[in-house]
Design a protein around this ligand. Structure first.
Ligand code: GAL
Length: 702
């Protein structure tokens, strides 16, 4: 349904946040808009949760306040995304339609009192969503300051009630056609679960013991599709009202994931992401890079950072301060990797309601605060960087040699209960791979199974547990035509219905790998086993090991201790014109990085800027229409000299003769178009700082 096939070009880098005028008296609106101008804010997301203010009683609409708020913005030259408020149905709605409230797996029907409390398949809810989105589109859809539609907010509530039952059965009929196929796919003969009619099938509700894993995975797929249909219905209403601006809905990472983003991406005009840090260490920046690479990959081009936290990192029940330089550096980190925006939740910190202690661009303290001064400074920086937003005429916005397979099926599959180890978490595994590559300065994309791999030299397949035959063939074809494939434990063990493939793990890939495991040998917490190789540093395995046999592969690392001592742990095999690695053990962070050094060396894959990563400097080249931009984000602890054939957009200084990049700061250098391959940046660390550098790097690994 995507209607804009051009890369998303909003005309400027977008800067701003959620704006909720209905939570404030009108005099505050005027102050807001004046301060937005002061901060160079050019875009806000209006009212993602304001259904009760727009429709206080069923069929009784009040849009006058919204008209006025929007005119204030427009008069000040500030554009807006208009949200449809459907993530938060008003109290009257749920009272009138109690069946439209979500039901938990234990059968508890949730009551009104928070947000996101809806049964996505409830007809009354869907009808009300269509109605309100149509009305908004008719009223504001052609407004000149409207930059786009922000449909709903973070689709994600999973319902297990009667509407989901009905929808799930319908979805299953479409998928399997007849019950024999379904029974076969799920292996329902086990524990007498064979279904004789569709009505017997339930969502994975609370039950005495373990549910069927095939059913569990299919229900997650169904729930994503149901939400996607709900999104599409709203998008249809918006288009039917004649609005032509881009339509999106904001995805959320990293703790939970209830959507299959690749399929959704086909229906969004632009991908948008909400991104909240979950660490105060260097891991935060690794996470910025991970979220951004995912969003850019889902999009296939530029994307929108719709929300981040302005001055806090929320961690384990605490709202920890986010230093100004981190807010700036991370904001540039998103833009380096293709974001067309730097947006926050939210413009003004609330003083009432559930999120009154969530930070805002304008903190409770007001303008005389470090938080607001940072927001103004960031606004100035983004103005200086504005030219980077122009999408390249052809080719990717960030070039990567390495592709990592990422799919929600892998995430959901590893959440099914009673796998051989509960310690292997998909999101953590994917982040570990990405972190190791980023730490070595390597640009990466994520890809869906079956995607075109023409531009890549190396394909990583971490923990993709369910795998169909086509995906296995696609991976093999990449290797056989000259690529390097790296497969990790827990990939390809099962078919796409969670049925284990017998004959040696991983059943789908053992021919390609030239190796197979006869047994999976997870380790208990605290246990580590050493791996040794003639070719590289010793490595440490934790959490997961396997009893591997070789067919035509050779062992690169072997287990050196424990019950598997002497057996292969990491293998390499020639595969046609390419090669395939198998990594049978989960490695500690430093070990994973050491392994990647070896693999990248063999595959001759080079970092974006040689020498930057070891100093803690992240180097990313964002391609644009007229130039390439080298973003250097200094996450290390010592100041360094940078020499580059271009001008630093932040300071206007020509760096051909060199310039100082302070620890914690960033620079964005304009290079000649397509000159990335020729970039040579000399980074000199003052000799007497070498001890600091060592201690910085060591800390990261603790
Ligand atoms: C996001 C959500 C926002 C706000 C924010 C901070 O996930 O979209 O509305 O709640 O989290 O908690």
């Amino acid at each position: 349904m995507s209607t804009c096939h051009q890369p998303f070009d909003p005309g400027h880098l977008l800067y701003g946040g959620d704006w909720n005028p209905d939570q404030w008296p009108r005099e505050v609106w005027r102050e807001d808009v004046a301060l937005m101008r002061k901060a160079h804010v050019n875009t806000v997301t209006v009212c993602p949760f304001s259904w009760a203010s727009m429709e206080p009683r069923e069929g009784h609409y009040e849009f006058g306040w919204l008209d006025d708020a929007i005119e204030l913005l427009a008069d000040a030259g500030i554009g807006f995304f208009l949200a449809t408020p459907t993530a938060s149905p008003p109290p009257w709605f749920t009272l009138a339609h109690p069946d439209a409230l979500a039901v938990t797996p234990s059968g508890v029907q949730l009551r009104h009192g928070s947000r996101d409390t809806y049964a996505i398949a409830a007809p009354a809810y869907r009808k009300a969503c269509r109605r309100i989105s149509r009305l908004l589109a008719e009223r504001y859809g052609k407004h000149p300051a409207l930059r786009g539609w922000h449909v709903h907010n973070e689709y994600g509530t999973i319902d297990y009630g009667p509407h989901a039952e009905r929808g799930f059965r319908h979805w299953l009929k479409d998928k399997y056609g007849d019950l024999d196929n379904l029974n076969d796919a799920w292996g329902t003969s086990f524990w007498s679960q064979r279904y004789g009619s569709w009505e017997e099938i339930l969502p994975p509700v609370a039950t005495q013991y373990l549910p069927n894993p095939g059913l569990v995975l299919d229900f997650r797929r169904y729930s994503s599709d149901e939400m996607r249909n709900a999104y599409l219905e709203q998008a249809e209403q918006i288009r039917a009202a004649g609005s032509t601006v881009p339509i999106t809905t904001n995805f959320m990472l990293p703790d939970w994931n209830n959507l299959e983003q690749w399929s959704w991406a086909e229906d969004l005009d632009v991908i948008s992401l909400d991104h909240y840090l979950d660490s105060t260490s260097h891991e935060a920046e690794a996470h910025v890079a991970y979220g951004s690479d995912l969003a850019r990959s889902w999009s296939g081009g530029p994307w929108i950072l719709m929300e981040q936290n302005a001055t806090q990192i929320k961690l384990r029940g605490r709202a920890l301060p986010k230093p100004p330089e981190r807010t700036i550096r991370d904001s540039l980190g998103y833009i380096a990797r293709g974001s067309q925006s730097c947006m926050f939740f939210q413009w003004r910190a609330s003083t009432a309601g559930a999120e009154q202690w969530h930070s805002g661009m304008l903190p409770h303290a007001g303008v005389d605060s470090e938080g607001f001064r940072t927001v103004v400074q960031l606004g100035q920086i983004l103005k200086r960087l504005d030219e980077v937003h122009l999408p390249p005429v052809d080719g990717p916005i960030v070039h990567a040699d390495v592709a990592i397979v990422w799919h929600a099926d892998g995430w959901w599959a590893l959440q099914t209960p009673d796998l051989p180890s509960a310690d292997i978490i998909y999101a953590k595994e994917l982040r570990a791979t990405h972190r190791a590559l980023r730490r070595l300065g390597i640009a990466t994309d994520f890809v869906a199974p079956g995607a075109s791999l023409d531009s890549y030299r190396l394909l990583v397949v971490p923990c993709l547990y369910p795998m169909d035959e086509q995906t296995a063939a696609w991976i093999s074809a990449f290797a056989r035509t000259g690529g390097t494939v790296v497969v990790t434990y827990l990939s390809g063990l099962a078919d796409s219905n969670m049925r284990v493939l017998p004959g040696g793990y991983p059943g789908r890939l053992r021919d390609l790998l030239g190796a197979y495991s006869e047994a999976l040998c997870p380790l208990e917490p605290g246990v580590r086993h050493r791996l040794l190789s003639a070719r590289g540093k010793p490595l440490d395995a934790v959490a997961w090991t396997e009893h591997v046999h070789l067919t035509h592969a050779r062992s690169v690392y072997s287990y050196a201790e424990g019950p598997l001592a002497g057996l292969p742990a990491i293998t390499w095999a020639r595969a046609g014109a390419g090669s395939a690695w198998y990594v049978s053990a989960q490695l500690t962070r430093p070990s994973l990085q050491d392994l990647w050094c070896l693999i990248l060396h063999d595959a001759d894959v080079k970092p974006t800027v040689v020498g930057a990563a070891p100093l803690g400097i992240e180097a990313v080249v964002r391609r644009s229409r007229d130039a390439d931009y080298l973003f250097l984000m200094h996450d290390g602890e010592i100041d360094v000299d940078v020499t580059a054939p271009g001008v630093d957009l932040m300071s206007g200084i020509d760096l051909s003769e060199g310039g100082l990049l302070r620890a914690g700061s960033c620079t964005v250098i304009r290079l000649q178009p397509n000159a990335a391959h020729a970039v040579s940046v000399a980074i000199h660390k003052p000799a007497d700082d070498s001890t600091h550098l060592e201690s910085d790097l060591n800390r990261e690994y603790q």
